[in-house]
Design a protein around this ligand. Structure first.
Ligand code: HAM
Length: 435
């Protein structure tokens, strides 16, 4: 049969057989967010275009080239969120969450949309987990946020991840730095790419992020922001490092990190790996002390990070990190005849209510095909129910791996008996494991 259409370039399906990998990672993120005092926020997938233009910044690649923007039937310009920070900040402002006390701590899982050139680790629809914290300028918050990200990576057992940090200062020290950068790049005007030439006036720091080999070579000799920080920013950055040291978090100061979005101030950071190719940044974030004001609110120093789920899962696969699959079917009941079907429902209800996965035939297959299916889905135990079993009030339950069979009564103690069989097999395998 011809398919009417295929998935859109740069998007991915997560199929039933692999979704447990996502759920495992998401569960750890949820738990860590909770441990650090963050509560989930859910915001719409689209927002007024103006929010991202103002929030993310007019000079960024995201706003200039990558947004999925369209006009609605009502004539409004809306955009699919390219990231989670702007929408969360809008919601914080709109609902005046500061009235509930500061800091406000929000976590999220979002799908994001960027019209980028797809490649390994770079999609047009991707997923982020993020934490955002509003209403604190203390460097303790910066360090704590970085620790939260580190805790997640530790629990996922991800190895060879580099934490790179930098401070890109406040608007005051950055103005001086911009001047120094302009003066430096002015001498290379004839060699810079066209995009960087336009960046020279509006936002020369973006040149440091240019991927063109010529521009990045020139950028190597450019002045470093860390030499231009004002006393307050320098002190803030030193404190962040002091707290990270105290928490035993390893990092490298990399003065070339500028991040791709305009809202950042002071601390910026990235977690980078070399094991998945060019798109090795799995997490990025930092402070954005001016964003809430930019969106029309009062001054509210804030910070956050987001990590890409697809990239993280790629790293875990590359590093052979085992992800437990808790979706194992514990019991498959094969049925023969109408009476057996009804009895199976009664027994399955008991097993399912206890939180275990249990299945039966819903297609009308013959016994042999039912057993084949039980094998295919990896059922731990199977049981055949027919008129005989119902008459005797007992059936044989079979360990699908060893073939061993045990009799089980089909009465109200069914679940109890089944749980005992399961428990016994588990303790056997633990003892076996020790021997
Ligand atoms: P970002 O660096 O643009 O920052 O994205 C964060 C993470 O999302 C990246 O480190 C990467 O893992 C993932 N990511 C980004 N683009 C793609 C893509 N095209 N395909 C797959 N994964 C991607 C932000 O979005 C900020 N909102 C982070 C933040 C939160 N800063 C403060 N609070």
């Amino acid at each position: 049969m011809a398919l009417i259409t295929k998935k859109i370039k740069g998007t991915e399906d997560v199929l039933p057989k692999e979704s447990y990998r996502w759920q495992f990672v998401e569960q750890i993120m949820r738990e860590e967010a909770k441990n650090y005092g963050f509560k989930e926020i859910r915001t719409p997938v689209f927002e007024h275009t103006e929010l991202f233009a103002r929030g993310v910044g007019q000079t960024t690649d995201v706003v200039q080239k990558e947004m999925y923007t369209f006009e609605t039937k009502g004539g409004e310009s809306v955009t699919l969120r390219p990231e989670g920070t702007a929408g969360a900040a809008r919601a914080v402002l709109e609902h005046a969450l500061e009235n509930e006390g500061l800091p406000i701590k929000a976590s999220y899982f979002v799908s994001c949309y960027r019209y980028e050139k797809p490649q390994a680790g770079r999609l047009r629809e991707f997923h982020q987990f993020g934490l955002e914290e509003y209403g604190t300028q203390s460097p303790v918050a910066d360090a704590e946020l970085i620790c939260a990200a580190q805790s997640i990576f530790d629990r996922l057992e991800i190895k060879q991840l580099r934490l790179e940090i930098n401070s890109i200062g406040c608007p005051e020290c950055r103005a001086k730095y911009h001047e120094a950068l302009r003066a430096y790049f002015e001498d290379y005007k004839s060699e810079l790419c066209e995009t960087c030439l336009s960046r020279l006036e509006k936002n020369p720091m973006r040149i440091l992020d240019c991927k063109s080999p010529i521009c990045s070579k020139i950028a190597e000799g450019a002045p470093k922001i860390t030499d231009y920080l004002c006393d307050e920013c320098e002190e803030h950055f030193a404190s962040v490092q002091k707290y990270l040291d105290a928490a035993g978090v390893k990092y490298i100061v990399n003065p070339t990190i500028v991040r791709g979005l305009d809202y950042y101030t002071k601390t910026v950071f990235e977690f980078v790996t070399d094991c998945i190719g060019a798109q090795g940044t799995v997490c990025g974030g930092g402070r954005y002390d001016g964003l809430i004001e930019e969106l029309g609110g009062k001054h509210m120093p804030s910070l956050g990070f987001a990590m890409g789920l697809e990239r993280l899962l790629m790293v875990m696969e590359k590093q052979d990190i085992e992800i437990p699959d808790f979706d194992e079917c514990k019991l498959y009941i094969a049925t023969m005849g109408e009476g057996a079907k009804a009895k199976a429902f009664e027994l399955l209800k008991q097993v399912r209510e206890s939180g275990m996965i249990a299945e039966t035939d819903v297609i009308g297959r013959g016994l042999r095909a039912q057993m084949k299916y039980a094998d295919k889905i990896g059922a731990k135990y199977s049981m055949v129910l027919g008129d005989n079993e119902i008459e005797q009030g007992a059936a044989n339950i079979k360990d699908m791996e060893t073939g061993e069979q045990k009799q089980i009564k089909l009465d109200e103690t069914f679940l109890e008996q089944f749980a005992a069989i399961l428990f016994e097999s588990q303790s056997d395998s633990i003892v076996g494991g020790f021997i």
